[in-house]
Design a binder for this molecule. Sequence first.
Ligand SMILES: *[C@@H]1O[C@H](CO)[C@@H](O)[C@H](O)[C@H]1NC(C)=O
Ligand SMILES: *[C@@H]1O[C@H](CO)[C@@H](O)[C@H](O)[C@H]1NC(C)=O
Ligand SMILES: *[C@@H]1O[C@H](CO)[C@@H](O)[C@H](O)[C@H]1NC(C)=O
Ligand SMILES: *[C@@H]1O[C@H](CO)[C@@H](O)[C@H](O)[C@H]1NC(C)=O
Ligand SMILES: *[C@@H]1O[C@H](CO)[C@@H](O)[C@H](O)[C@H]1NC(C)=O
Ligand SMILES: *[C@@H]1O[C@H](CO)[C@@H](O)[C@H](O)[C@H]1NC(C)=O
Length: 348
Amino acid sequence: MVFGVGLIINAVLVAIPVGGSVGALMGIDAHRAATGQKPLFAGGNTEDGSSPGGGNGGSGSTGDGGNHNSTSSVHGTQSTEYCDLSWGITPPSKTEQYTLNPNQWGVDGTTVGKLCMNVTTFKNETYPTKTAPEFSVNWMFDAGPETQPVHAYSNIRVDNVLPLALDSMQELYLDLHWTYGVGNTSAETTSQDDLTTANLNTNVAIDMFLDSDKDKAENGTNAQYEVMVWFAQFGPATQPIGLSDKSKATRELNGTTFDLFVGKNGQGQTVMSWVAQEAVSGGFKEKFTGDIYPLITDLYTLDPSKLKDLTPPSKGDFLGSLAFGTEAFYSNSFVTFSVPQYKIDIRT
Ligand SMILES: *[C@@H]1O[C@H](CO)[C@@H](O)[C@H](O)[C@H]1NC(C)=O
Ligand SMILES: *[C@@H]1O[C@H](CO)[C@@H](O)[C@H](O)[C@H]1NC(C)=O
Ligand SMILES: *[C@@H]1O[C@H](CO)[C@@H](O)[C@H](O)[C@H]1NC(C)=O
Ligand SMILES: *[C@@H]1O[C@H](CO)[C@@H](O)[C@H](O)[C@H]1NC(C)=O
Ligand SMILES: *[C@@H]1O[C@H](CO)[C@@H](O)[C@H](O)[C@H]1NC(C)=O
Ligand SMILES: *[C@@H]1O[C@H](CO)[C@@H](O)[C@H](O)[C@H]1NC(C)=O
């Protein structure tokens, strides 16, 4: 395939909704608050009108409640499928607390396609230290209009830890293994050829929000900085903001080299994206283990002359939100994003 310059420019523009994704979610929360509903992240409600009548998930847990398809119950685990547009899934946990969300914020009556999230919970509610429940996201969408190319940012968030002052943190330890595969079941490993044949357009990324104001840092719309860590960039529709400029910095972490791209999104936020070098050229890195805190601290000392009119964050700023997920643009076949291992340990 050959892509003209015009298409590349479009590709950069359409990357903007990455920044808007969590913001859109916050917008839904504001709507819910205004109409007297529970906040989304507390779990137990839906946006797509198919809400079950009862106020399920009362204690902020949706491990089982709701109009969802609970599937196999194997060896002390339970898998539940959530096809809701937006639903805060907070599985009961005696260990680390996480909230998952299909977060189909770019889907309406005209959308052709479908997305469901499958979460596998432990009945004993006891997960390995700092480790999230296993989950997967199964989807297929036609390409959306240029004004709304992203259908969903299905993601998992850490609860109860943030906001935190950046310099109060010692380590941001990540242990990650994900795969993307064609079809409705989780792939063992990711095959670039299969995904190219399926014309898959998506990314896999951590999305963080930072601000000098603690409250703004928690709000994806108001935060001054969006800091991302990309592990995959599939298809021409999704590119980090600033990719066409040179990389502003490089950092090697336990065998993975990240390049930094910087720019502003449509909301005026400064977006700083560390992209694994495999992903810069349209590939992926499906495993990573190590401390990603240097990807934040490196930003403090960036040469301002390289950043044009943008100022980097500083150590007094706050980290307000941290999510990990995949942005669904389009695909010709059903694909499954699977996360067998996701552990986040924010050490202070
Ligand atoms: C985030 O900020 C926006 C814009 O100021 C506001 O409309 C929204 O209610 C805020 N969201 C939350 C969850 O506070
Ligand atoms: C619910 O799960 C069952 C068992 O896996 C499956 O046969 C059925 O098709 C599912 N229903 C929907 C609506 O997805
Ligand atoms: C909790 O359940 C999971 C899944 O069955 C099991 O692997 C784990 O060992 C159990 N943990 C404890 C502390 O019982
Ligand atoms: C959900 O995930 C579990 C664990 O990977 C799997 O056994 C189950 O078949 C999946 N269910 C659906 C509906 O995808
Ligand atoms: C995958 O699941 C969708 C429904 O979610 C179904 O329409 C499709 O036929 C399935 N594809 C395969 C290959 O089983
Ligand atoms: C580096 O990655 C390997 C797996 O590739 C992991 O076993 C090891 O613990 C990691 N090292 C650090 C310091 O995190």
